[in-house]
Unconditional design. Structure first.
Length: 636
């Protein structure tokens, strides 16, 4: 928090004794309030205070009390003897150097403060997001100003009711990037409501086509589907997704005919760039998708390579019945439950029967088997050969199928082939630079290699491409937590709580456990359980919390329940975590070694989680890591 007295320099030149008197009075008003809210006075700079707080909420509450106190002190004073200050607050990491602090957070707070009116308080968007539902104040946006020596755009808010309303500042010149695109869910205008899957499928197919253009970055399907049925304005969606271009449209399917309506919008100014109707036979739907992608590239002045044109013109199948099964299967696969995965698998297998040359259907078969094995619904050792056969066939049919290479990266990770994982993930990104799952695999590779900074960068990229996917929301915060950026992790999860509550409750449970706040962790875990009652995490993390709280009997009951659930080698990880919380490191390492031998160790958690820090002090941890790296070919 930065504070600054309004007009102090000019007053000191006119009447130095009065200026010094008001300065001392200001300090006498401010310092007791700082003490109440545990504000650490880092230093005074002339008439200004630089103060550090444990939380954004403490800083905001303190700032409002300061301004209210000064307002009361000014009531019976003549204007020339009034004390008026401005306050700026930002949330972020600071660097301690002796008795001083530095860093981006300090710089931003000092740049925000002058935007506040006399008696006013300005905060960054990070602060506003953190406290908006916790304080009885309204926040009014002042836009995204140019802040000296601050590269990343920062939206600034004024707390209403303090000082006059500030003038909205001019936005910084860096607009939303036009080469970042979101394709919103196409509306189903077909007579049959059951054709909703087809409209959603067309949305994803256009996303896939655009993703193959190397100069474009396209938001993933998971994030755009969040806006299905919503009526948010395009500029708001653009800001939320960080995209400058938006496509929206509708699909009407009737018999063998299909009509696709599409329009392209500049998200920054909410201006229509072009619109088109495509009336074709169903067999021509692939041509339409390619034409839309080429039109978008042309409007954005992107020159397509011949290889990209060839890719856009490629038809995945000549059998439209197989294509329909593929689209239905993909919708069911995304649900992620065991029944939906098994239904999706049947549809993918039927698509392969109808058209054995349909490479993407083979990938669908592989992904279903892979998912069923990884989450413990099928034996890993039985499923992985099936996965390998399906992916091999897909790549024989289409060597440049990015999704097949990304799935192969997952397969190699399960086989402890780190080199293969990295090679396949990078090949997938060569073919589709907007494929977030490939970045997630690189995140895992970096974690096992012991490159935490690279690990964070890769998951940040995956998150930017798919910012509403719960798994990436969790993993990004978790990467921050695991690399010591605890406050960033907590604020990230607080910002995303409404978007992916189960992911954020999962992350915040671990955060509060790492801080020793067991009851707060238990409260958040209970919220997670309400949303995901059948998740295996409910049992093992419940056992972890009980063990941490000293309830050994309940923790052992959780271990018994995990073992009875019979999830195969995945359970070795879960049992190990509870034993760690119980302080039984013999059992902890025994189970982790079993997980390594079965190729299902959750290495990122074991190697970086603050919850398992105690085990990393044990000599057996070094032996375990060496074993993991030896199995992955990192050491001989």
């Amino acid at each position: 928090m930065f504070t600054d007295m309004v007009g102090f320099t000019a007053l000191a030149q006119r009447d130095e004794p009065l200026a010094m008197q008001l300065l001392e009075e200001q300090r006498g008003l401010v310092r007791p309030i700082l003490a109440v809210h545990d504000g650490k006075e880092v230093k005074t700079i002339g008439d200004a205070f630089l103060v550090e707080f444990e939380s954004a909420l403490d800083a905001v509450t303190c700032s409002t009390e300061i301004q209210s106190s000064i307002r009361g002190a000014n009531e019976n004073r003549p204007k020339e003897k009034r004390i008026e200050i401005r306050i700026g607050i930002h949330l972020g990491d600071v660097i301690h150097s002796g008795s001083d602090v530095a860093g981006d957070a300090v710089n931003v707070a000092s740049r925000i403060e002058p935007l506040a009116p006399p008696g006013g308080i300005c905060v960054s968007a990070q602060v506003q997001a953190s406290v908006a539902n916790k304080v009885p104040y309204e926040f009014e946006t002042l836009g995204t100003p140019e802040l000296k020596n601050v590269i990343t755009p920062v939206e600034v808010f004024q707390i209403a009711g303090f000082g006059e309303r500030a003038v909205r500042v001019s936005s910084r010149t860096t607009a939303l990037p036009r080469d970042r695109i979101a394709v919103l869910p196409f509306a189903n205008m077909s007579p049959d409501p059951g054709d909703e899957y087809f409209a959603d499928g067309i949305t994803e197919e256009i996303i896939t086509c655009l993703s193959k253009v190397r100069e474009l970055r396209v938001t993933s399907r998971t994030s755009v589907m969040h806006y299905k049925g919503q009526t948010k304005r395009i500029p708001e969606i653009g800001r939320e997704l960080g995209v400058g271009t938006v496509l929206e449209g509708s699909v009407r399917k009737a018999g063998s005919r299909v009509r696709v309506t599409v329009q392209m919008i500049d998200a920054e100014g909410d201006q229509h760039l072009w619109a088109e109707n495509y009336d074709r036979t169903l067999d021509d739907i692939f041509v339409v998708q390619g034409e839309i992608a080429e039109k978008v590239a042309g409007e954005l002045k992107v020159k397509l390579l011949q290889a990209e044109k060839n890719t856009l013109e490629k038809r995945p199948t000549e059998n439209m019945e197989a294509y329909g099964d593929f689209l239905r299967g993909r919708e069911l696969y995304r649900e992620g439950s065991e029944p939906s995965l098994r239904q999706a698998l049947k549809l993918y297998e039927r698509a392969v029967e109808l058209d054995p040359s349909f490479a993407r259907a083979h990938v669908g078969v592989a992904e279903c088997h892979q998912y069923l094995a990884i989450v413990g619904y099928e034996p890993l050792e039985v499923m992985l050969p099936v996965v390998k056969r399906s992916l091999k066939r897909a790549l024989e049919l289409d060597p440049d199928l990015a999704e097949a290479h990304a799935s192969l990266a997952v397969l190699y990770l399960n086989e402890d082939d780190l080199e293969g994982t990295e090679a396949e993930a990078r090949r997938a990104l060569e073919l589709n630079p907007s494929l977030p799952e490939a970045y997630r695999q690189l995140h895992e590779v970096a974690a096992i290699k012991g490159n935490p900074e690279e690990m964070v960068r890769d998951i940040e990229t995956a998150y930017r491409l798919d910012p509403l996917l719960p798994n990436y929301i969790f993993l990004l915060g978790y990467s921050y937590l695991n690399t010591g950026r605890e406050q960033e992790a907590l604020e990230h999860w607080r910002r995303t709580e409404q978007l992916a509550p189960s992911a954020t409750y999962q992350g915040m449970t671990d955060y509060y456990l790492s801080k020793g706040e067991v009851e707060k962790a238990r409260e958040l875990h209970a919220k997670y359980e309400k949303l995901r009652p059948n998740s295996s995490r409910v049992t093992y993390m419940g056992g972890f919390i009980d063990a941490t709280a000293g309830d050994k009997e309940k923790a052992l009951q959780a271990i018994k329940k995990i073992e009875e659930r019979n999830m195969g080698p995945v359970a070795y990880n879960h049992v190990a975590y509870v034993y760690h919380a119980l302080g039984d490191l013999d059992k902890y390492f025994e189970n982790l070694n079993r997980a390594v031998d079965e190729h299902v160790l959750f290495a990122t958690f074991v190697m970086y989680s603050p919850l398992l820090a105690k085990a990393r002090e044990d000599p057996r941890y070094g032996e375990l890591v060496e074993k993991i790296r030896r199995m992955n070919g990192l050491v001989k």
